[in-house]
Design a binder for this molecule. Structure first.
Ligand code: ACO
Length: 329
């Protein structure tokens, strides 16, 4: 089958109203500063979920916009894929809560756990389902309530992340628009560099786990940074190769928004000037798998993605997982 097989028919995002600025961390008792955080990461502020924001409700808000823009209703959806590292409950999948919230009563629903690469993994699964004619209209949502799994006493992690959601409706391609190439890869041998050590089935929650805070995110920052740059660079190369394109054909690169230095290193390696790179990490922090659909939605709204443009998506996350995609809009 020749590509494009599927297109991103509509995209939406949602961010909670509460904004947490770098300057507020000191008042929370953390030894850090706005200058340190901005210089190392480019992050100035992030959204934090309010009492009524759940992973499913944030996904539903983003999904409603994506469906409206795609001109479909929830009754048209045959599959609901939700990427999240912050499921609302451990059982069942949060995708079924999303399905119930939007009333997609004819759909199959399941979660994808690929951390920050999850939106690209989800799009790739949607493409496969549609190619096999197992599905026709797939909602791919990515929603992350990172604030619920952070150790707010650990300055090396809690300043980096934010809460938000994004979503896209994936449908059979028309007029040559859609996904031109995909690439996905993982390396589980590096899993312990960015993880939540305990609280799952291998080491269930206990008073000791709670006291030690080992159910919360732990990260070896410097090691993670090195792998992130290497993997993002490989991913950018592979998506371009698989699409038989070079960097000069790319109108905009939309990378996972973890850290502006990782983004700059990836763009430099790929030969894409920063004017052609979408960056919003300053306003959102790292929203894990939600970062790419949020960025796509904002880039479309800002006129930086227009019809006919060729866009490179690149992601990296816990696992480690990494992946990329070239999409014609
Ligand atoms: N404020 C002030 N000082 C801090 C802070 C902070 N918020 N956090 C760490 N430090 C200190 C450390 O304690 C350390 O102090 P020490 O030298 O006295 O021990 C010093 O700063 C240097 O720490 P490093 O971790 O080596 O700092 P580095 O320059 O590597 O920057 C950072 C840290 C920003 C976390 C960087 O390593 C990074 O961006 N890593 C990648 C993180 C990432 O992108 N993760 C997510 C990717 S996957 C996903 O999106 C889920």
């Amino acid at each position: 089958m020749t590509r494009p097989i599927v297109e991103l028919a509509g995209i939406g995002h949602y961010a909670p109203a509460r904004i947490l600025r770098n300057a507020e961390f000191q008042a929370m008792g953390l030894e850090t500063s706005h200058e340190w955080i901005v210089e190392r990461t480019g992050i100035c502020e992030r959204h934090i979920a309010g009492p009524n924001d759940t992973t499913a409700s944030m996904a539903a808000n983003a999904s409603r916009l994506a469906m409206e823009r795609a001109g479909v209703t929830a009754a048209d959806l045959d599959t609901v894929v939700l990427s999240t590292a912050t499921p609302d409950r451990l059982l069942p999948a949060t995708a079924v809560d999303l399905q119930a919230e939007i009333d997609a009563s004819h759909a199959a629903a399941f979660d994808i756990g690929a951390a920050c690469s999850g939106f690209l993994y989800g799009l790739t699964v949607a493409e496969g389902l549609i190619a096999a004619k197992s599905a026709e209209t797939v909602l791919v949502a990515a929603s992350e309530k990172m604030s619920a799994i952070l150790d707010w006493t650990d300055r090396a992690t809690c300043v980096l992340f934010g809460d938000a959601a994004g979503a896209a409706v994936v449908r059979p391609a028309r007029n040559g628009k859609g996904i031109l190439s995909t690439f996905m890869r993982s390396d589980g041998k590096l899993a312990d560099l960015l993880y939540r050590p305990h609280g799952g089935a291998s080491f269930p929650m206990s008073a000791e786990v709670l006291a030690q805070r080992t159910h919360l995110v732990k990260m070896a920052g410097r090691e993670t940074f090195k792998h992130a740059v290497r993997m993002m660079c490989e991913a950018a190369d592979r998506a371009l190769d698989n699409a038989h394109l070079d960097a000069s054909s790319i109108d905009l690169m939309v990378p996972h928004q973890a850290n502006v230095r990782i983004i700059e290193a990836t763009a430099k390696h790929a030969g894409i000037p920063m004017e052609k790179v979408f960056v919003n990490v300053g306003r959102y922090g790292n929203t894990s798998s939600a970062s790419i659909p949020i960025s796509l939605d904002e880039a479309i709204a800002a006129g930086r993605i227009r019809e006919g443009m060729t866009v490179l998506l690149v992601a990296f996350g816990a696992g480690f997982t990494w992946g990329s995609m070239v999409v014609r809009f």
